[in-house]
Write a protein that binds this ligand. Structure first.
Ligand SMILES: [Fe+2]
Length: 264
């Protein structure tokens, strides 16, 4: 088990890693600060999900989970600095890069072999479309917890950005997508079949909204659904959809899936 002082050391080292990047480029600082703040919230949210889901039977190490949450996006700093984008397909997979950065920085030397593997695997697989089978068994609960928490935190960031007037933030967060009410066929088809939509299939901002709704098919913990409901995030997102027949089919699908998930 990780001790609270050990976690604090992780936090200190994280801040020491991030700060030089803020100073290096005034232009990129805004984008990096979004990821910095996001990382702290993701860590807190992971603990919140653990606390709601304690009846699920798995005994998490909360300090380890917190450290993983804080570090999960550490690859974003080099990604934005070296490539000027957060879009993985135009640059580098930021989960893989994070895995490398953490190994290079040598921050895991105090952890046991198993903890180190859980940490690295969680960072590496937090952003992949699917989690592969055959990984270390104890890594799965942490990978799933991180993925849930990461997704939950993206909702308010994106909702704010849809109303954002700042063009620079928009450009970075919206990945250059077309401002249109159109929903692409592939994205629509995935969501109505309860499949996680493919990021690469997004063409418009509305696709992005639908993709975010489709993320609920990949949530693992009941606590995650409860938090989404309490924060009213999905309702806000649904209300931001256009008034089209495709959009109303999607709304119906999402509401019925949520109902099921909350009843379990
Ligand atoms: Fe990430």
């Amino acid at each position: 088990m990780m001790k609270a002082e050990e976690y604090r050391m992780f936090e200190q080292k994280y801040i020491e890693y991030a700060e030089p990047y803020f100073l290096k480029s005034a232009k990129l600082e805004g984008g990096l600060r979004i990821k910095f703040d996001h990382s702290f919230r993701v860590k807190n949210r992971m603990i919140e999900i653990i606390d709601i889901d304690h009846e699920s039977g798995y005994e998490f190490d909360k300090c380890l989970a917190s450290a993983i949450g804080l570090y999960h996006d550490i690859g974003r700093y080099r990604q934005l600095f070296e490539y000027g984008t957060f879009k993985d397909s135009d640059s580098v997979d930021h989960g893989d890069l994070g895995y490398e950065v953490i190994k290079q920085e040598g921050v895991l030397s105090e952890l046991s072999e198993i903890e180190e593997q859980i940490f690295l695997l969680s960072v590496k697989y937090h952003n992949k479309k699917f989690i592969p089978s055959g990984l270390l068994k104890d890594a799965y609960p942490y990978i799933k917890l991180l993925r849930d928490s990461d997704k939950i935190d993206v909702y308010p960031v994106m909702l704010d950005s849809f109303e954002e007037k700042n063009l620079f933030t928009k450009k970075i967060v919206h990945l250059g997508l077309e401002e249109s009410e159109k929903i692409s066929e592939e994205i629509f088809d995935d969501v109505i079949h309860e499949r996680l939509p493919d990021k690469e299939a997004m063409k418009t901002i509305t696709d992005f909204k639908v993709l975010l709704l489709g993320w609920i098919f990949d949530l693992n913990y009941r606590g995650s659904f409860i938090i989404l409901k309490d924060l009213d995030l999905l309702n806000r997102l649904i209300q931001s959809l256009p008034d089209s027949s495709k959009a109303s089919v999607i709304k119906g699908k999402i509401y019925s899936y949520l109902d099921k998930a909350l009843k379990q």
